[in-house]
Design a protein around this ligand. Structure first.
Ligand SMILES: NCc1[nH]cc(CCC(=O)O)c1CC(=O)O
Ligand SMILES: [Mg+2]
Length: 330
C-alpha cells in the first residue's frame, strides 16, 4: 500500500543539493572543448577592436605572441586563424591565398615556433583574398565549383606547408575535401588533419565576422549558391556523409546555437568528431545583451557552451574561449 504522499517519484530529489547534482550531471564542459578563433592583421603595433564584436581584436604579428600567451597558459588546445588582407592584395582570383609568405603563413610559422603545443586550424576559402568577397572564383556572375577547388587545394597545401595542423575548408564547394586530401598526401603531409565545415549555412549570423575581415562591404550578392539553405537538415547529413567519404577527419556545423538540431543529428547519425562554430553574430548578440546588463555574462557564456556539448559536439569554436577557460579554472 502506498503510505507515502503523492508523488513517489520526485525528480527534484536529485537536484536537492550540489553533491547530488554533480553525481547525476550528464554532460561536461572542459578547456579541452575550446577552440579560439583569432584575427591577424598586417602592420606593426596593431591591436584594433572589431566594433560589432566587443572584446575581439585584430592583432598584428609583432603583437601576436603576447595576444596568444593567455591561451597557452590556460591550455586551450587549438586556435583558428583568420587573416585580414589589405584591399591592395585582393584580386578576382584570390591569388594571395597561395602566396607562401602571406599573412596566414607568417602567422602560422610564428605561432608554431612560439607555441609548438597549440594546434593551428587554417580556414580554407578565398573570401579573405578576393576583391568580390566570395569564397571561390566567379565566372559570369556564378561561383564556379571545379576551378575554385583547384585554387583551394593550393591554398590548403600552402597553409599546411607553413605549419597549419588542421585544414578547415569553409568554402562549401563540392568535392574539395577529397581533392585536398589527395594533394596533402602527395605532398607528404599525411598527418595534416582536415576539419571540414561540412554543414555550413548561408547565414545572417556571419555579419560581424565579415566586418572584422573587411569583406562585408566587398561582397557582391550572397552565398546562397554554395552555402546551405537554413531550412534544410537532411541535406546536412548528405554533406557530412560526402565529406567523411572524401577523408574528413572531423566535421563542423556552422552557425552553432541556431543549429543545435543539426549538430545533434550529425552526432547521432555518424558518431564522428563533430564541432560547432559559435559564430560572430551569436557572440555579438550575447555581448550586446551582456553589455546592457540584460544577461549575466559568466552564466550565459557557460550555458551557451554546455548546450553544444549536450547536442553532441566534441568542441566549439568560440570567441568566448578565453573567458570560458578562465571560468573553468576558477
Ligand atoms: N568562408 C569564410 C568564413 N569562415 C568563417 C566565417 C564566419 C565566422 C563567424 O561568423 O564567426 C566565414 C564567413 C562567411 O562564410 O561568409
Ligand atoms: Mg559539401
Amino acid at each position: 500500500m502506498n503510505i507515502g504522499q503523492f508523488p513517489q517519484t520526485r525528480l527534484r530529489r536529485n537536484r536537492h543539493d550540489r553533491f547530488t547534482r554533480r553525481l547525476v550531471s550528464e554532460n561536461t564542459l572542459s578547456t579541452d572543448n575550446l577552440i579560439w578563433p583569432i584575427f591577424v592583421t598586417e602592420g606593426t603595433g596593431a591591436v584594433t577592436d572589431v566594433s560589432s564584436m566587443p572584446g575581439v581584436q585584430r592583432v598584428s604579428l609583432d603583437r601576436l605572441a603576447a595576444h596568444v600567451e593567455p591561451a597557452a597558459k590556460l591550455d586551450i588546445p587549438a586556435l583558428a586563424l583568420f587573416p585580414i588582407t589589405p584591399a591592395s592584395l585582393r584580386d578576382e582570383a584570390g591569388t594571395e591565398a597561395t602566396n607562401p609568405d602571406n599573412l596566414m603563413c607568417r602567422a602560422a610559422r610564428l605561432l608554431k615556433k612560439e607555441f609548438p603545443e597549440i594546434g593551428l586550424i587554417g580556414d580554407v576559402a578565398l573570401d579573405p583574398y578576393t576583391s568580390h568577397g566570395h569564397d571561390g572564383l566567379i565566372e559570369d556572375g556564378y561561383v564556379v565549383n571545379d576551378p575554385s577547388v583547384e585554387i583551394l587545394v593550393k591554398q590548403a597545401v600552402n597553409q599546411a606547408a607553413a605549419g597549419i595542423d588542421i585544414i578547415a575548408p569553409s568554402d562549401m564547394m563540392d568535392g574539395r575535401i577529397g581533392s585536398i586530401r589527395t594533394a596533402l598526401d602527395v605532398s607528404g603531409l599525411v598527418n595534416t588533419r582536415i576539419m571540414s565545415y561540412a554543414a555550413k549555412y548561408a547565414s545572417a549570423f556571419y555579419g560581424p565576422f565579415r566586418d572584422a575581415l573587411g569583406s562585408g562591404g566587398l561582397l557582391t550578392g550572397d552565398k546562397k549558391t554554395y552555402q546551405m539553405d537554413p531550412a534544410n537538415t537532411d541535406e546536412a547529413l548528405r554533406e557530412v556523409a560526402l565529406d567523411l567519404s572524401e577523408g574528413a577527419d572531423m566535421v563542423m556545423v556552422k552557425p552553432g546555437m541556431p543549429y543545435l538540431d543539426v549538430i545533434a543529428r550529425v552526432r547521432q547519425e555518424f558518431a564522428v568528431p563533430t564541432f560547432a562554430y559559435q559564430v560572430s553574430g551569436e557572440y555579438a548578440m550575447l555581448m550586446a545583451a551582456i553589455q546592457n546588463g540584460w544577461l549575466d555574462r559568466d552564466r550565459v557564456i557557460m550555458e551557451s557552451l554546455m548546450a553544444f556539448r549536450r547536442a553532441g559536439a566534441n568542441g566549439v569554436l568560440t570567441y568566448f574561449a578565453l573567458d570560458a577557460a578562465r571560468l573553468l579554472r576558477a
